[in-house]
Design a protein around this ligand. Structure first.
Ligand SMILES: [Mg+2]
Length: 261
């Protein structure tokens, strides 16, 4: 079922459900606009300020679940007292939680080898680069020309299926990126449920994200919480949508308004 505009339909539901929230956010494309170079994505001061106010209110918890590595996401957000999930939740840290998925460790070495092979094979394509993330890596080609994008995708898949045929991986297709991760039964949805369970919280989960990987969380949380996609889509599992990333500040201010009433 297509989602409905949050500020038209979802807000009333959110107000009715109470004010004790557990807010989950994706990072790129949700808390920050997507940039050509992911190194340029930093949290803006107005967004950081609103998140901080929400945390300091003591009425809500916040988790940021990203495909980036844990150290990278922490460095870009720089807020204390919140939960961080790196590698789509394979590594989670925050008050009372310090978690690394056991299978992430065992795959680390082979992921590194694949990353080296793909780095070598794609090094002469302008605008193509690899982001190493400890337990996974991402091949970025947003800045490459159309022809190179096609070639680089083909190289990625052929290296995995030919040179590393004996292994199974999870390939995650993102926005102008391909990611290689351990083949575990784990995703942002399971990570969000894990956090709620581990902390034994009865807060209302509210999840905001824009990616395919966030769809797992929409599915996991839609019965017990409020799920919001950045950008309208016919195919999403999210119940509501925001018109674009630019509405996130308004959203955070609204949440704070509800908490403070
Ligand atoms: Mg995203």
């Amino acid at each position: 079922m297509p989602s409905e505009y949050f500020f038209k339909k979802g807000l009333e539901k959110l107000k009715k459900e109470g004010k004790n929230f557990f807010l989950f956010f994706d990072f790129d494309g949700t808390l920050v606009p997507i940039q050509n170079n992911p190194a340029h994505c930093l949290l803006s001061s107005p967004i950081r300020g609103q998140l901080k106010k929400i945390i300091l209110s003591g009425s809500a918890s916040i988790a940021i679940l990203s495909g980036r590595s844990l150290p990278d996401i922490k460095k870009r957000v720089q807020l204390d007292g919140i939960y961080y999930g790196g590698n789509h939740g394979l590594e989670i840290a925050g008050p009372g939680i310090n978690f690394i998925h056991p299978e992430a460790h065992s795959f680390k070495h082979i992921i590194e080898k694949v990353s080296q092979s793909i780095t070598e094979a794609t090094r002469n394509f302008p605008g193509v680069f690899i982001e190493k993330k400890n337990f996974s890596f991402t091949l970025h080609f947003r800045m490459a020309c159309k022809e190179d994008k096609r070639l680089v995708r083909r190289i990625f898949h052929s290296i995995i299926s030919e040179r590393f045929a004996g292994y199974t991986f999870r390939v995650i297709k993102g926005k102008q990126v391909l990611e290689l991760a351990p083949d575990t039964m784990w995703d942002k949805g399971r990570a969000a449920l894990f956090i709620l369970q581990k902390l034994n919280r009865n807060n209302l989960p509210v999840y905001v994200g824009d990616d395919f990987t966030d769809e797992m969380a929409f599915m996991a949380l839609k019965k017990r919480g409020i799920t919001i996609r950045i950008g309208r889509s016919q195919k999403t599992e999210a119940e509501y949508y925001l018109k674009g990333q630019y509405e996130i500040l308004k959203f955070l201010k609204t949440i704070y308004g509800i908490i403070e009433r």
